[in-house]
Ligand binder design. Structure first.
Ligand code: KG4
Ligand code: ZN
Length: 338
């Protein structure tokens, strides 16, 4: 549009689960990315309690947004675009961020861009690497989702497969809960498994009976609980470290087996691993070994950008805006749980 100022600053909001996060981006680059975790609130329950999560987002959101602006040195009046996660996630949590962002965009008469949370996770590595070559095969592993995507070109998401039951992160969280190790389970398991013998306990790999790229983790969870009971494992048991190392190794192998299969069929130019579970060192190592075997460049976001954060939401919104600019606040923009 002639004479119209090009957008520069974008404010992104993410409240899909148990992190309240806001980020300020300048032309798609992160200036600030504030993340307030609710781990302490949910920890006694061994998992996220949806109602507590929504209430905590309500309490924190203005502080988190204010802090993101302060850290970026940008005033609210300077924001040209707003971005928010629409879903999937916990509906009550999503609505807090969506309503807050919508209110700001409406008041300041600025465009509001809705973003899919899973696509935002895939955007995270692009924040640190602008030369990732397409087509891309991306494995997203988080607490709520385990999905494999093929992207022929930017913003072109083809879902190849997803979990039929538990997500991989959920499987780690549930086993940790059963052993009373704390929440979130993934990082605790990683810490306690360090130095353990990953070949000591045998788990058969979960296999889908149908062709395709879907995952399944509920069988693995049941097998883990059976081994725990049969061996009388507990937080203090001397074999715990070996058990956790074996379990972690099996989860990593189950995840990468599907990626390996898809790699043969789709012949991507690059591989991406993202989502909260991508913080896991064993999984990251196995992933880069797979990529090296095929001489493919592989990308994993730095740990802070793996777990939920508004920076990745803002990055995707910026890309979407460049591809097709919106000019107004869409007051009908709605949240979707799945
Ligand atoms: O992406 P995320 O922050 O939230 C969702 O969108 O679900 O992922 C959270 C998940 C949790 O299941 C947590 O246990 C797992 O990521 N996680 C890890 C590690 N850090 C977080 N899993 C394994 N190893 C880790 N170091
Ligand atoms: Zn997530």
């Amino acid at each position: 549009m002639a004479g119209k100022k090009k957008p520069r600053f974008l404010l992104a909001v993410e409240t899909s689960c148990d992190e309240t996060s806001a980020a300020v981006l300048e032309r798609g680059r992160i200036l600030s990315n504030v993340i307030l975790s609710q781990d302490e609130i949910h920890s006694p329950y061994g998992g996220v309690v949806p109602e507590l999560a929504s209430r905590q987002h309500i309490k924190s959101i203005d502080y988190v947004i204010g802090e993101s602006l302060t850290q970026a040195g940008v005033g609210l009046g300077e924001i040209d675009l707003y971005a928010v996660t629409q879903g999937p996630g916990l509906i009550g949590s999503l609505l807090v961020g969506l309503t807050f962002a919508k209110g700001l965009a409406f008041y300041f008469k600025k465009p509001l861009i809705g973003v899919d949370h899973l696509q935002a996770h895939i955007e995270a590595p692009f924040l640190e690497n602008d030369r990732i070559e397409f087509p891309v095969l991306a494995l997203l592993v988080s607490g709520g989702h385990t999905s494999l995507y093929f992207l022929e070109k930017p913003l072109d998401y083809r879902l190849l497969g997803k979990t039929r039951d538990d997500a991989a992160g959920e499987c780690l969280d549930k086993v940790a809960k059963f052993l009373k190790l704390g929440y979130p389970g993934g990082p605790v398991i990683e810490r306690l498994a360090r130095g353990g013998d990953s070949s000591r306990f045998h788990f058969s790999l979960p296999r889908m009976k149908t062709a395709g790229y879907d995952f399944s983790f509920s069988g693995l969870k049941t097998a883990a609980l059976k081994i725990i009971r049969e061996n009388g494992l507990s937080a203090e048991h001397p074999a715990l470290r070996d058990f956790l190392a074996s379990f972690e190794e099996t989860v990593a192998r189950a995840l990468l087996e599907n990626m390996h299969k898809a790699l043969e069929e789709f012949r991507p130019a690059s591989l991406i691993l993202c989502g909260g579970v991508a913080r896991n060192t064993r999984l990251r190592t196995r992933f880069s070994e797979l990529a090296e075997g095929y001489r493919l460049p592989s990308y994993v976001p730095s740990p802070r950008l793996c777990t939920d954060n508004a920076g990745m939401v803002g990055a995707l919104a910026w890309k979407k805006y460049q591809a097709s600019p919106v000019t107004s606040t869409d007051l009908d923009l709605d949240a979707y749980p799945r």
